[in-house]
Design a protein around this ligand. Structure first.
Ligand code: SF4
Length: 569
């Protein structure tokens, strides 16, 4: 690898990475010190690479301050499960660990991982160790490295084709797992647990064959997506493979680079962006091409300004032709031109589908990805009962739902009975689920996320209730709400994106396409939370009056010229 080029002053995060080789250093000391309840800012940077964020319960902040107490420190732990795949035993373990070491809920993320919240510092090691003992890593789930690789959770199971994107997702994930053994030294007493169950002692090392000493300039998001089912939202990733399907065969991939969703309010130089197609590659070149594309980002990304560090800004400023040439120079050959693909669509994988092997899979709706028991919906207990009873494989979706797969025809009636018994919905009409609620998504935001400026997960049920009361519950419109412009629930590609601006205020964006091929535009800045339902109801009423037959909300909003740009004036 080449040394990252920079003429500007590196950020403090770059200095921290250099000063703590291989993500160890101060983090190891602070985690091992039982006398401290929370870790320093420098260690906080490093622990992200290990799959955890230091957080606090922000609901308690003022009261604790008045009482002269320190903040209610806690940690979030995120798993890295390529393509969202877990065995039944792994799911049951995660469920158990949530009760033992975390806040008694699991949260399915938009990158097909699981997040544990409310983990005390002393519980970090037992939690991470227990996960690893069952081959669930957290290494690289956060931080300036390749994050969990997103892929359709069910395509490999469905009939009519012979491709398996899940296997490729795992290979890509393995390729970009950091080499440094600091992770194993800190959480696993210096052991690595191999796929066959053997434990091997690691030889301490801090070197990184791909990343080098400073890792990536920022996060690297990788996805493999299908045009006819863009559940991976592939244009929002730094590097993505767009499957080119020929009949039932996978012909190859278009490489898509430069997508990303985050921005900063008031900073016009930051913006969401969809990735560009830069070339076509055969299936067996996937790992090599992704590595070369990622290396361009690693070496050319802006390490002097984290807001400007993502690959999308390189594409925006230097263009696709520059990237193609840079890629050719690293590969020693040019990629063919991108290949035309079919029409885009998306599926959230709810409901029953028969697999190619004759077994069944069923997608279960999970509100904002939070697996919990609440009211009449005992989703956590229900999932535990079903997984215990019939041992399905578990697949997490990028829409924050859960798919249970490999259910035999003989077991299907039992699963149906358990779903109904626990008030779980797999289709509209079940347990009160209607289209508007089915597609609504929200990020975690308050009270755990340190960047949140407005409510998201805790508010979205209320917003959907209000819109149902106003008569819009049966409309299929994709609403996504985030508590800040980092956009973790992907509002920039939503038909209606709602982004926290400050406490109780949101920017409202409209016009993303349902299948994730177009960005939303700013419709109304700084809307008070109390005004959101009526503002959305007015828009939905106008859409109903003006839409052509079958015209989706986002398509209508675009045709009608509603909304402009991303930033407020
Ligand atoms: Fe936190 Fe912002 Fe992400 Fe929501 S979008 S989880 S508030 S960083």
């Amino acid at each position: 690898m080449t040394t990252p080029k920079t003429t500007a002053v590196p950020t403090h995060v770059e200095e921290i990475k250099l000063a703590n080789p291989g993500l160890g250093g101060v983090l190891l000391d602070e985690i091992r010190d039982p006398a401290i309840s929370h870790i320093s800012d420098d260690a906080e940077v490093l622990i992200k690479f290990h799959g955890s964020y230091q957080q606090e319960d922000r609901d308690q902040r003022q009261e604790r301050k008045r009482a002269g107490q320190e903040r209610a420190w806690q940690f979030m732990v995120r798993t890295k499960t390529p393509g969202g795949r877990l065995s039944a035993a792994q799911y049951l373990l995660a469920d158990k660990l949530a009760g033992t070491y975390a806040s008694d809920t699991l949260r399915v993320t938009v990158r097909q991982g699981i997040q544990f919240y409310g983990v005390g510092k002393a519980n970090l090691k037992p939690l991470i160790k227990a996960l690893n003992e069952h081959w669930i890593t957290t290494y690289g789930a956060c931080g300036d490295v390749a994050r969990n690789v997103v892929s359709c959770p069910v395509a490999d199971l469905l009939p009519g084709h012979d491709y398996n994107l899940q296997t490729l997702a795992q290979q890509i994930s393995d390729r970009f797992l950091p080499d440094s053994t600091a992770y194993y030294e800190l959480w696993l007493d210096g052991e690595k647990i191999l796929a066959d169950g053997r434990r091997v002692q690691v030889e301490p090392s801090r070197s990184e064959s791909f990343y080098g000493p400073t890792y990536m300039p920022r996060k690297l998001k990788i996805a493999i997506g299908l045009p006819h089912d863009n559940c991976a939202d592939l244009f929002t990733h730094d590097v993505a493979l767009e499957a080119v399907i020929d009949g039932s065969a996978l012909r190859g991939f278009n490489l898509v680079v430069g997508g990303g969703l985050g921005s900063t309010h008031g900073k016009a130089e930051t913006f969401p962006r969809l990735g560009d197609r830069v070339g076509f590659l055969p299936v067996d070149a996937a790992l090599e091409v992704i590595a070369a594309a990622s290396a361009i980002y690693r070496d050319e990304g802006d390490r002097s300004n984290r807001r400007h560090a993502r690959l999308k800004y390189i594409l925006e400023e230097r263009g696709v032709d520059w990237f193609r040439a840079a890629l050719a120079s690293r590969l020693g050959r040019e990629l063919d031109a991108p290949v035309a693909v079919g029409a885009y669509d998306v599926h959230d994988h709810l409901g029953w589908q028969q697999q190619a092997d004759g077994n069944w899979l069923v997608g279960v709706w999970v509100e904002s990805g939070r697996i919990k028991d609440a009211g009449e919906h005992w989703v956590r207990t229900g999932l535990r009962a079903i997984v215990t009873a019939v041992s399905p494989e578990v697949r997490l979706t990028a829409q924050q739902n859960v798919v249970l797969a490999g259910i035999s025809p003989a077991d299907r009636p039992l699963v149906e009975a358990l779903l109904a018994e626990h008030g779980m919905a797999t289709a509209e009409g079940e347990s009160g689920l209607r289209p508007l609620r089915r597609w609504a998504m929200a990020c975690p935001s308050m009270p755990t996320c340190g960047l949140a400026v407005a409510e998201a997960e805790r508010y979205i049920p209320e917003l959907i209730n209000a819109l149902e009361d106003l008569g819009f519950g049966d409309e299929r419109v994709w609403i996504r709400l985030s508590g800040c412009p980092n956009g973790c629930s992907r509002p920039p590609t939503a038909e209606i994106g709602i982004v926290g601006r400050s406490v109780g205020r949101y920017h409202v964006y409209v016009g993303g396409s349902f299948a994730g091929t177009r960005l939303a535009r700013l419709y109304a800045p700084d809307v008070r939370i109390a005004d959101l339902p009526d503002l959305l109801a007015d828009l939905l009423t106008r859409w109903r009056a003006e839409r052509s037959q079958g015209e989706a909300f986002g398509d209508w909003a675009t045709r009608a010229g509603i909304g402009q740009g991303w930033h407020a004036e």
